[in-house]
Design a protein around this ligand. Structure first.
Ligand code: SF4
Length: 694
């Protein structure tokens, strides 16, 4: 530990890693951050933090930071450093030239869940108002888009229902496809506190996560389901509850649509959904599943927490709706200690969805086909807006390969590394005539770019992030942007270069416009955020102080809507050629593709991705701990070391995706969720074979 001495001043800001949204005091000497001290007034973290937020901030001033704009005519050429004006005019001329040649729909862009609400709002506005189409999407496409679809369909709002603190009122916690102690550590600690007080725990996960073996935690069940069988599992849970009369009849009668409930009851009561009849699909012993369903249904307060192990499947949206069905059937909605709680991955994944990044929705989840909604935006933005949904990210790749999509603006997202089926993504990027990348590092995607616009880290900007509990937190600039511009200023300048004027003086003015156009943000402003510390949306005349717990007396759609969730097997199943099922996840010290954490001291804790596999699968392949193994799927091949682990069930292997060298996404396929195209990262049929060192 290096003693950095006494700070000269400090600034309260918000962590830029995960969706917990911890606040810190950045302690400064001049313009240098010497310490990040967890902030006791942080309303999501109450003075707690994890190793990433506290120590892994050195990437902001890492020598790899690019601080000069760069351009090139083709990706075979070396980069040429230019002024901001030159780079922005180069990008604007190229993008307009593409539209002149191939049409208005031939360009688009991607917003980032790493960036602020205000930056994200501006990018989608640039695309809609300056590009003149709805070809905007966000990296939430590849993580929680099924949450948006599934919760909006069933509960009427695309967001989780509770505060984190609500878990302290929970009697039974059902964790599905999430690993909170690694991926959401500050919430994971709070959850463990409640479990140590005696709350019951049920975990549904193919892999034994740390929560299951935590000291003093009474895990009632670890249901080791087979990857890809989520919907069969949740339907079986509901079948037990309905067939044994454990449902909350009063809640259903008062709060839920009768017709949809009756249809769902008939569906879920069919014997084919029983634990006994689905055991061969899920791999969960029927008696264990029955016991888990009874524990969940009989709890006074039961809460469900879920993560990407739910959403990143070909049936991600069905599973989210299945989870909501379960909560509705047992009346576990609308008070402390219950609810449906998606654990959002990135710092601002909730916000990027709220801000209108999706191709079919303007800010506040207002559909582009709604004439009245468009008219309001058109009057403020001063342009005519397209009423047709635009391209989703996977459609952009396909259109690029078809030759109809030729230009893209990509802010703060390394799609060449993070999206599935890397070979397909790279071929699509290579075919673009103009790719504009805005990032703090020359990332993998920049290899295919024609314009590089230097981004700014969270320490160099003002704005807001919205965490997994819908909490809007302030992000405050603690040092000047290294490249001279904050990200929102770059987007604004690009818009001006393209001929659509933007003239914001500060992100607070952008928030004022968001509040004007977004009914759930009506009473949000920087003044109120500074006064209240944070605000959980909806915050409007009906809820002037914000909304910690949603759906107290009614749903935005009136009554809760039960959805039919038919189980459909994924195309990814084990075969003789690919006998193992690969699933992926994260570890505590690293974050996603590692662009940030790999450039900090966190690197020393985990310097490579490894393939975890069951001892029997290792023995069958003559593998010892640390051996090199070639991992092959129908999409591609990669090489990594092995880690033999009894966390795994036989036939299932696991890896992380923090390092570009191992390229886990080379093997993941482009299967995706039926409703939202969220990729099926969590199930890939693979073979693993011992190889010599690469
Ligand atoms: Fe940052 Fe998440 Fe860790 Fe909090 S739990 S410090 S938000 S990474």
């Amino acid at each position: 530990v290096i003693d950095a001495g006494q700070p000269e001043h400090s600034v309260v800001t918000t962590c830029a890693y995960c969706g917990v949204g911890c606040q810190f005091k950045a302690e400064m000497k001049g313009s240098e951050v010497i310490r990040m001290v967890p902030y006791k007034g942080g309303q999501a973290n109450h003075g707690h933090s994890c190793v990433k937020g506290r120590f892994a901030f050195g990437y902001a001033t890492h020598e790899d930071r690019i601080t000069q704009p760069m351009v090139r005519d083709s990706i075979d050429q070396p980069w040429k450093e230019v002024s901001w004006d030159e780079a922005l005019n180069f990008a604007a001329t190229k993008l307009r030239g593409i539209q002149d040649k191939y049409g208005r729909e031939s360009i688009g862009g991607i917003t980032s869940s790493r960036c602020t609400n205000e930056e994200t709002y501006l990018v989608q506005k640039l695309i809609r108002a300056a590009f003149g189409n709805n070809n905007t999407d966000t990296c939430a496409r590849v993580c929680h888009s099924p949450t948006g679809y599934g919760l909006k369909t069933t509960l009427g709002e695309s967001a989780g229902t509770q505060t984190f603190d609500s878990v302290m009122y929970t009697d039974t916690v059902l964790v599905i496809g999430a690993n909170p102690t690694d991926a959401h550590p500050v919430f994971g600690s709070l959850l463990k506190k409640r479990l140590r007080q005696g709350a019951k725990l049920i975990v549904a996960d193919p892999r034994r996560i740390d929560l299951v073996k935590s000291p003093h935690v009474q895990t009632q069940h670890h249901l080791t389901l087979r990857p890809g069988s989520n919907v069969a599992f949740i339907n079986a849970m509901a079948h037990v509850i309905m067939s044994e009369g454990l449902e909350d009849k009063a809640f259903i009668a008062e709060r839920c649509e009768t017709e949809a409930f009756n249809a769902w009851r008939s569906f879920i009561s069919e014997e084919r959904h029983s634990p006994e009849n689905t055991e061969a699909i899920t791999g969960i012993p029927a008696a264990e599943l029955r016991s888990a369903a009874r524990i969940y249904a009989n709890a006074k307060n039961a809460a469900i927490y879920y993560g990407l192990g739910v959403t990143e499947h070909s049936q991600g949206s069905s599973m989210v709706m299945g989870i909501a069905n379960l909560a509705l059937a047992t009346g576990n909605i609308g008070r402390e200690g219950v609810g449906v709680n998606p654990l959002r991955g990135q710092n601002n994944v909730q916000g990027s969805c709220d801000m209108g990044s999706f191709p079919h929705e303007l800010p506040g989840y207002q559909h582009v086909s709604d004439d009245a909604v468009r008219a309001r935006f058109e009057s403020v933005w001063g342009v005519k807006l397209d009423d047709e949904p635009g391209l989703r990210i996977p459609n952009m790749f396909d259109a690029a390969l078809d030759g109809t999509y030729k230009g893209m603006y990509c802010q703060g997202e390394d799609i060449a590394q993070s999206d599935p089926n890397t070979n397909h993504v790279q071929a699509a990027l290579r075919s673009l005539e103009c790719l504009v990348v805005q990032d703090i590092f020359l990332n993998e995607t920049a290899k295919f770019a024609h314009v590089f616009l230097p981004g700014s880290s969270f320490l160099e900007k003002d704005g807001t992030f919205t965490n997994a509990e819908r909490r809007i937190n302030r992000v405050r600039k603690v040092m000047p942007p290294l490249a001279g511009m904050q990200d929102w200023e770059v987007t604004q300048a690009l818009s001006n270069a393209m001929g659509y004027p933007m003239n914001y003086s500060h992100p607070s003015a952008i928030m004022d416009e968001i509040a004007q156009l977004t009914p759930t943000f009506t009473n949000v402003s920087y003044e109120r955020l500074d006064e209240l510390g944070s605000i959980q949306w909806p915050c409007n005349d009906a809820a002037p102080e914000g909304t910690p717990i949603m759906h107290l007396e009614s749903f935005p759609i009136g009554k809760g809507h039960f959805a039919i969730t038919e189980y459909v097997a994924t195309e990814e199943r084990s075969t003789r050629k690919y006998p193992l099922l690969l699933t992926t996840g994260r570890i505590l010290s690293q974050y996603n593709v590692g662009a940030q954490t790999r450039r900090t001291d966190n690197q020393i804790w985990h310097d490579e991705d490894v393939l975890e596999l069951h001892p029997q699968d290792a023995e069958d392949r003559g593998l010892k701990d640390g051996d090199w193994v070639g991992v092959t799927s129908r999409a591609g091949e990669t090489v990594m070391r092995t880690k033999i682990s009894d966390r795994m069930q036989p036939g299932v292997v696991y890896t992380t995706f923090h390092h570009p060298d191992s390229g886990a996404n080379v093997v993941t396929t482009d299967n995706s969720d039926w409703a939202t195209n969220c990729p099926e990262y969590k199930v890939t049929a693979v073979q693993a074979v011992k190889v010599t060192e690469p």
